[in-house]
Write a protein that binds this ligand. Structure first.
Ligand code: FUB
Length: 345
């Protein structure tokens, strides 16, 4: 009896030891822990690093495939002087209650600067529960931002990412399938019964539209940003480890355009490159392997000659909808490919 208890006890201790060794440690720690944050869009403004994240909160909405549990109501802007230094929370930059057309779910924002004004772009469901993209302005990078009375005309779906090209043109990339509703716009107008693609169909693409001089409207109908595989064939829905799902981001490195995005249900941040901001883009590989949590959403930014990946996981809460943002260095190979990051080791 004694002996078997001892054997059991040592087996437990041994297993725990093996588990402790096997449990990987995160490569980065949450940038803030006093609030939950996600979907970090980072920029350098006025010599500081500004981060425009979603502000995750618990509102008791239960989890479903449409992401209703991501029930965010305001946006805080964060900043830091340098990577690794203290992070300042500038408080509420915009609140859903001050957005005239607001319904629910204030999702992943991004921001841009032009001619003395900061522009905050945000996805939000209108009063008919349809995601649109709004814009708000401020004279300061951290707000408070004042929303326009209506969403951007011709906008739809989620995850706006604004990109300033070397010639000074601004483009808005956006879109997301499933709860992001992109499938409901497949015919060019809203259809609440719009279906997802079947495996052999061409996958949904992110959208892009050039912004007007005042940064508050599109100068053109949003266009599909095609992503091709290594053999020049357009990605299919069955290529779901490579195809676009949500969370597009654009950056330029050594003259090439890099479109990176989440593959959603397969949980990668992947990327594709092109010589043109409209594409077509060619799939190149994985930026970030799956993180803890369902969603993965990122931004890539150059800060003082080094490149960084801002991303999130659920280290603090263990819950899908209560995420925390992080940052780690991103490196390129001499041929311009990105070295894949694994967030745990
Ligand atoms: O934060 C809400 C949604 O989750 C974002 O819009 C998606 O990109 C995903 O991260």
């Amino acid at each position: 009896m004694m002996k078997s208890t001892l054997i059991t006890a040592s087996l437990v201790v041994f297993s725990l030891g093996v588990y402790a060794q096997a449990k990987k440690q995160p490569i980065s720690q949450p940038l803030v822990s006093h609030i939950f944050t996600a979907d970090p869009s980072a920029h350098v403004f006025e010599g500081k690093i500004y981060i425009y994240p979603s502000h995750d909160i618990e509102t008791g909405v239960s989890q479903n495939g449409d992401g209703d549990h991501f029930d965010m109501r305001d946006i805080h802007v964060l900043s830091m002087d340098k990577i690794g230094e203290k992070v300042t929370d500038h408080g509420i930059a915009i609140d859903k209650k001050d957005i005239p057309w607001a319904g629910r779910q204030l999702w992943a924002p991004d921001a841009a600067y032009k001619n003395g004004t900061y522009y905050l772009y945000f996805p939000l469901k209108d009063k008919n529960d349809v995601f649109k993209i709004g814009v708000a302005t401020s004279k300061k990078p951290y707000g408070p931002f004042k929303a326009e009375k209506e969403p951007i005309k011709g906008s739809f779906s989620i995850d706006p990412a604004v990109f300033k090209d070397s010639d000074g043109s601004f483009y808005l990339y956006f879109g997301g399938i499933w709860g992001g509703q992109l499938q409901r716009w497949a015919t060019g107008s809203y259809n609440p019964d719009g279906k997802l693609k079947t495996p052999n169909e061409v996958a949904f693409s992110p959208k892009v539209a050039k912004l007007s001089a005042d940064m508050k409207s599109f100068t053109e109908e949003p266009k599909d940003v095609q992503i091709l595989d290594e053999n020049g064939k357009v990605l299919l829905e069955s290529d779901n480890t490579k195809r676009f799902f949500e969370g597009a981001w654009m950056h330029k490195y050594k003259g090439k355009y890099y479109l990176s995005y989440s593959t959603g249900d397969t949980h990668f941040v992947s990327y594709a490159t092109s010589d043109n901001p409209y594409g077509p883009f060619t799939y190149k590989g994985v930026v970030l392997n799956p993180v803890e949590g369902w969603t993965t959403h990122h931004s890539i930014v150059e800060i003082k000659g080094k490149w960084y990946l801002f991303y999130h996981d659920v280290q603090l809460s263990g819950k899908t909808h209560l995420r925390n943002i992080k940052v780690t260095e991103l490196k390129y190979n001499p041929d311009g490919t990105i070295q894949t990051i694994t967030a745990y080791r």
